[in-house]
Design a binder for this molecule. Structure first.
Ligand SMILES: Nc1ncnc2c1ncn2[C@@H]1O[C@H](COP(=O)(O)OP(=O)(O)OP(=O)(O)O)[C@@H](O)[C@H]1O
Length: 666
């Protein structure tokens, strides 16, 4: 399913070299490392924090600001009842199996995937094809050492079966995964033993809120629920106007069975989620769809996946909605907006695709779902999920709490409707049910039209109605006809009530950040036999530090210039660092190429004479020279994303004479 990952310059991506550079430059590091670390927990260092903050800043401008979204910051700690109602307590689980010999816990789908991939690799090797020698995580290496890749030639039919399974690996349930393990005789390479049948493992971290431990709760697995519970208040805030969206950026927690692949599968991560509320009537149109309809996306739909094909053509989102590939305009609008966001932050456009979920892969609430996947050295990685959650969440929470999570829309013309209505004889009702009166009353009044019709029939035929009221006696309540009337009446209605549907784009910032790092990475110098040096070609808008200021040497005359420049840039909000260390200029620049710093200013003897400075482009290493104000204006326009280096290079005089390797201490 995967092909080889390449760098921005078409080189084979050397992941161990990239990993070691990221560690060295402290983009991120395992949390609690000096205590041995904990799987799936990472701390971000200074460049990682800068990069994350810039991605989030662009996200906020691109979505919240551009679309007038209503931002929320909700509690992480969530009571059990909320997540029970949403379905997470019962269904938010992955399949886990256990090696009976050494007790190792395996995530069933990952286990099947790894075994089949290794068998296919073994087959390739047997057929004499060269297999890429990738450095892998130590655990995998150990397994290999124990013979995980057996060099065995497979039948063509078997290869096809394996490839089909791998293409649909996300679609299998526990039982099906168990069947695959048995059918294909899969054994844990570490022990040579077949793992136990898969069982569901809930991914939420459980806790209790308060000292008495009688309020069980969880760390939220997504920010969405907090947003749904505020729906009525947001609608009010929005002056009852529909459609509208809420948005939230915050941490979520999932107790992943086997965290792996660095930032790609962790147990605590930053999410940015949008809940867009739309009227389900009228085809879920979007008022701004016209603006995006010609944007072309790579769409891998359900049918194509079933056929085993993975290479697909780009298609305009307008066309995809018109021919039903994408269910509705609102979903299509967000797919296009997600694409534009990923482009803006510098994701490689040849490594993005939108993949539709298969029916049994979809989350328990969704009715159509597309993932924005980015290609990395780990294969295609889901970085943004975009689901049509229908009216599921608002409906279940409203039912549970009786809160009116609905929209009332004024009709252009009043209409007459026939409805079953319930009247209670309150004088008799209270004394009859005593302390349970209010509960029984609420249960009767929240019944559906269908139930009321059945009540009317029961009152006529048996003289009473029966209904379930949890918490009252044995839960079964009988109401005699003296206490209640159920009648069909005609009334004039001026408003329509409906539960909005929700389209939810959900971004995992850590996955996007890591994929972006891979997409921006390349190495310089390896071609000429020199020592390869890593470069991270972040666009200036997302780069953690925008400008490196280097004095040509340790000459005291340069210091005030550097200091003044730094202060000026800081006042403009442009992050910068002075590097007056003793390394050569070349070394100082390459250190910052690894940090992704796009621009470099050199202060030299000419600066002292005429105040001019040079500006260096990280990617081409070309330089221009001009007076300070001109250079600062050029920096500002590139950092704001209004100009590229090519624009600046065309406008300003090129500077040829760089003393790149002059040691600073002469
Ligand atoms: N364990 C995780 N580590 C990092 N990011 C995650 C993790 N789980 C989910 N995300 C991010 O949150 C986004 C939305 O979450 P969603 O529930 O759709 O993921 P998911 O389908 O459960 O992911 P997966 O199938 O990979 O476990 C994902 O697109 C991803 O970017």
């Amino acid at each position: 399913m995967t092909t080889e990952a390449t760098t921005l310059k078409g080189q084979t991506l050397d992941r161990p070299a990239l990993d070691s550079m990221l560690r060295r430059r402290m983009f991120y590091t395992p949390s609690f490392e000096i205590y041995g670390g904990v799987g799936g927990l990472y701390d971000y260092g200074p460049p990682g924090c800068g990069l994350q903050a810039n991605i989030v800043d662009i996200w906020r401008k691109h979505f919240v600001l551009e679309e007038d979204m209503l931002e929320l910051d909700c509690s992480v700690l969530t009571p059990h009842e909320v997540l029970k109602t949403s379905g997470h307590v019962d269904k938010f689980a992955d399949w886990m199996c256990k090696d009976p010999k050494n007790g190792e816990i395996l995530r069933a789908d990952h286990f099947v995937e790894e075994i089949l991939e290794n068998r296919l690799k073994g087959d390739k090797e047997a057929r004499g094809q060269v297999i890429e020698q990738k450095e892998e995580d130590p655990k995998k290496k150990k397994r290999k050492a124990k013979g995980a890749i057996e060099v065995v030639k497979l039948d063509d039919a078997v290869i096809q079966e394996y490839e089909e399974i791998l293409a649909k690996i996300d679609n299998y349930n526990g039982e099906e995964l168990g069947e695959l393990i048995v059918k294909y005789e899969m054994k844990n390479p570490a022990t040579g033993v077949q793992p136990s049948p898969p069982v569901a493992f809930n991914l939420m971290f459980q806790t209790s809120i308060g000292p008495s431990s009688n309020l069980p709760g969880y760390l939220r697995p997504e920010t969405a629920q907090g947003q749904f519970l505020n729906f009525s208040k947001l609608l009010e805030f929005n002056q009852q106007q529909m459609p509208f969206a809420s948005a939230s950026i915050g941490r979520s927690y999932r107790n992943e069975i086997s965290p792996r692949a660095g930032l790609l599968r962790v147990r605590e991560f930053l999410m940015a989620e949008i809940e867009h509320y739309v009227d389900p009537n009228g085809g879920k149109k979007h008022p701004r769809f016209e603006e995006v309809k010609d944007i072309e996306l790579v769409l891998l739909n359900k049918e194509t996946q079933l056929s085993g094909k993975t290479d697909v053509e780009k298609v305009a989102i307008g066309q995809a909605v018109a021919n039903g590939t994408v269910d509705n305009e609102t979903l299509g609008y967000f797919l296009a907006r997600i694409h534009l966001f990923l482009k803006k932050i510098g994701v490689d456009q040849s490594k993005v695709r939108f993949r539709q979920h298969m029916a049994n892969e979809m989350a328990h609430y969704a009715c159509d779902c597309w993932d924005a996947e980015l290609f990395t050295s780990y294969g295609w990685v889901e970085c943004v999920g975009c689901a049509d959650r229908s009216a599921y969440d608002l409906t279940v929470h409203a039912k549970k709490t009786n809160a009116p999570l609905i929209v009332r829309k004024r009709l252009p013309e009043p209409i007459k409707v026939e409805e079953w209505e319930v009247d209670l004889d309150r004088k008799k009702f209270g004394p009859h049910f005593k302390k349970n009166g209010k509960t029984v009353e609420a249960a009767i009044l929240t019944t559906t039209q269908q139930q009321r019709e059945a009540f009317a029939k029961a009152l006529e035929s048996v003289g009473s109605l029966a209904l379930d009221v949890p918490g009252v006696g044995d839960g079964k309540v009988v109401v005699p006809k003296e206490l209640v009337t159920v009648e069909k009446r005609t009334r004039t209605v001026h408003t329509r009530e409906f539960t909005p549907n929700v389209i939810e784009p959900s971004f995992g910032i850590g996955r996007i950040l890591y994929s972006l790092v891979e997409h921006c990475y390349w190495s310089r110098g390896s071609e000429g036999g020199d020592e390869a040096r890593g470069v991270l070609s972040f666009p200036p808008t997302v780069a953690p530090t925008k400008v490196l200021i280097v004095p040509l040497s340790s000459n005291e005359q340069f210091k005030p210039f550097c200091y003044k420049l730094s202060q000026k840039l800081r006042k403009m909000g442009i992050s910068n660092r002075i590097d007056d260390s003793s390394a050569t200029i070349g070394r100082r620049y390459s250190r910052n190429d690894e940090l992704g710093t796009p621009l470099g200013i050199t202060v030299d003897f000419q600066t002292v004479k005429d105040q001019s400075i040079t500006l260096r482009d990280r990617d081409s290493t070309k330089q221009v020279r001009a007076d300070e104000d001109t250079i600062i204006a050029a920096i500002q326009s590139m950092v704001d994303g209004n100009k590229t280096w090519q624009d600046v290079e065309a406008e300003l005089p090129i500077f040829e004479g760089q003393e790149a390797e002059v040691p600073i201490r002469q």
